[in-house]
Design a protein around this ligand. Structure first.
Ligand code: ADP
Length: 204
């Protein structure tokens, strides 16, 4: 299989981040197809970034608000034509003033421990549908925000497991998505991603 292992750690990478400038920081590169980058997703230059939207797809707080502010008003104009989305569903727009070409607006579940299994399935669907849409829009580099783990309250460790597991499965069957970048906002979230990734991209 072409799935990299941790043997590829610090190997290669054209991680492009920060005002369209090419940055290469070994700490951000895990292997040839999966990276963690701590920063503001609106500064990331990727082919597609994934927004943690709400079901109206008309903007909101957190990363959604940041993406709308950075993309400019044309993003909202396009979103108005999408007719919202269900939880677990994803719809694509252009990126407008963002450095990234496309935005996948995915609706994560509002976490409830009573409906844990349903939440798991919905979050998995967010990652699957976003990755499938990236493939449909010619693949390349996709940057994910940490869906549902802010205001929507999904426990970070559980959400990260789903993110990485779903990505691993997708990459095994696809070559068009060349790199997945997990964009984390806090040092704590970064540590969680770093601890979970080796479980799915194991050392040789
Ligand atoms: P949700 O409602 O799906 O929980 P939030 O926007 O509240 O979405 O949070 C999702 C994640 O995005 C959180 O980890 C939050 O810290 C992070 N986040 C907020 N702003 C940004 C940003 N500009 N870039 C990247 N991540 C961000």
């Amino acid at each position: 299989s072409d799935i990299p292992t941790l043997a590829d750690l610090y190997s290669s990478g054209e991680v492009v981040a920060g005002d369209g400038e090419v940055k290469y920081n070994h700490d951000e590169v895990l292997n040839k197809r999966v990276s963690i980058w701590r920063g503001d997703i609106t500064k990331l230059k990727a082919d597609m970034i994934v927004n943690a939207a709400n079901s109206s797809l008309l903007g909101g707080g957190g990363v959604d608000g940041a993406i709308h502010r950075a993309a400019g008003p044309e993003l909202l104009d396009e979103c108005k034509g999408l007719g919202g989305a269900e939880t677990g569903e994803t719809k694509v727009t252009r990126g407008y003033e963002l450095p990234s070409k496309y935005v996948a607006h995915t609706v994560g579940p509002i976490y409830s421990s009573k409906h844990k299994e349903k939440c798991q399935n919905q979050l998995q669907s967010c990652y699957e549908s976003s990755l499938n849409l990236c493939k449909k829009y010619d693949g390349g580099v996709i940057g994910f925000s940490s869906i549902s783990t802010g205001v929507y309250g999904y426990p970070i460790k559980d959400a990260t497991e789903i993110a990485i597991k779903t990505t691993r499965k997708f990459l095994e069957n696809d070559q068009s998505v060349t790199r997945v970048i997990y964009v984390v906002f806090s040092k704590k979230d970064e540590e969680v991603y770093k601890s979970v990734i080796p479980n799915y991209f194991p050392p040789p």
